[in-house]
Design a protein around this ligand. Structure first.
Ligand code: FAD
Length: 287
């Protein structure tokens, strides 16, 4: 168990860039074993913290909680928490569990209604900021989302920034970004945020492109723009190994560019596997 509470925002404000990993709750026992192996392999990089995702409308609540409990005894852990469709009682129950598990922070999110859901989800929370305010009343540090290429429902980036500022005023002390592949989009977001009076650290989320097809699909789902030249090169690669090399080289350059440009760290989306993440860290010289 981690005894001293760790401040994620302090880690992200330190001179040394952080290395951290995102995991998702596995569906079955073998997925849990894969996650355990990956986590154990990645421990050699001494991650500053990890985060664990949480399904919208509590769809994988038990599995997420199980992963959070296991990892938070080994490394500072951020529990993602979505509020759409949840009641204050649901959330309070989970917060008590997270508190007992010793989690470092909550990433307060709205979540999305599943595509097959009909009607409006009932619940006590409308936006992520409602959850920020609710969690703020407890002992947790609170982080929030940020979108280098704007949230798909937002009219403009300026709108997103106004929302982010409201969350900062509600007590959020750090932000983590959606995946992106356009380095300028991240630095433009940070510059615009600073001009708007947003001072909290904004850590970039980085998805290593090891499996090009899978990553292009995820980019499409999240609305992340993949540079045309990269798509062309991936699509014209001779085989999967060649595509992997192209994708990983791009990811290494993105990682290096983010850190040399002043990003506070890298939050790497592991997809519960260690190989691409370890390769990225080693090739980019971050270990
Ligand atoms: P919100 O901040 O509520 O924003 C949603 C939309 O409403 C935005 O367009 C925003 O501009 C608008 N809005 C919000 N407040 C206001 C206001 N006061 N006035 C006007 N407009 C407003 N999803 C999961 O299900 N599980 C996860 O674990 C998960 N992890 C994530 C981690 C990161 C780092 C990121 C970036 C996203 C993650 N998501 C996750 C996805 C996220 O739940 C979706 O992107 C969701 O659509 C928005 O969540 P949010 O917290 O940004 O919501």
């Amino acid at each position: 168990m981690i005894n001293a509470p760790v401040s994620i925002s302090s880690l992200l404000s330190a001179a040394r860039p952080t290395i951290s990993f995102e995991f998702f709750p596995p569906k079955d026992v073998s997925g849990f074993e894969t996650l355990r192996t990956s986590f154990a392999e990645l421990q050699r990089f001494n991650p500053d913290f990890v985060s664990v995702t949480y399904g919208a409308m509590g769809s994988n609540q038990e599995s997420s909680l199980a992963v959070v409990k296991e990892l938070s005894s080994k490394v500072p852990t951020i529990a993602h928490l979505t509020c759409i469709g949840a009641t204050e009682t649901n959330i309070q129950t989970l917060l008590s569990e997270y508190s007992q598990a010793g989690v470092a922070a909550i990433l307060a999110l709205r979540g999305d209604t599943p595509k097959d859901f009909v009607g409006n989800p009932l619940g006590d929370f409308q936006t992520a900021n409602d959850l920020v305010q609710f969690v703020q009343g407890s002992s947790f540090e609170v982080g929030v989302s940020a979108f280098p290429e704007k949230h798909p429902e937002s009219p403009t980036l300026a709108h997103d920034l106004a929302v982010l500022k409201i969350k900062q005023e509600s007590g959020a002390s750090f932000a983590m970004t959606q995946l992106f592949f356009d380095i300028d989009a991240y630095f433009e977001l940070v510059s615009a945020a600073r001009l708007a009076g947003i001072t909290i650290p904004i850590v970039p989320g980085l998805m290593p492109i090891a499996n090009a097809k899978q990553v292009l699909r995820m980019a499409d789902m999240s609305g992340a723009n993949v540079p045309g030249h990269l798509v062309e090169r991936l699509n014209s690669a001779a085989d999967e190994d060649a595509a992997r090399n192209i994708g990983m080289n791009f990811s290494v350059e993105l990682a290096k560019g983010l850190l040399s440009g002043g990003a506070p760290g890298l939050h790497i989306f592991t997809l519960n596997h260690h190989r691409a993440t370890a390769e990225l860290i080693e090739t980019a010289g971050l270990a």
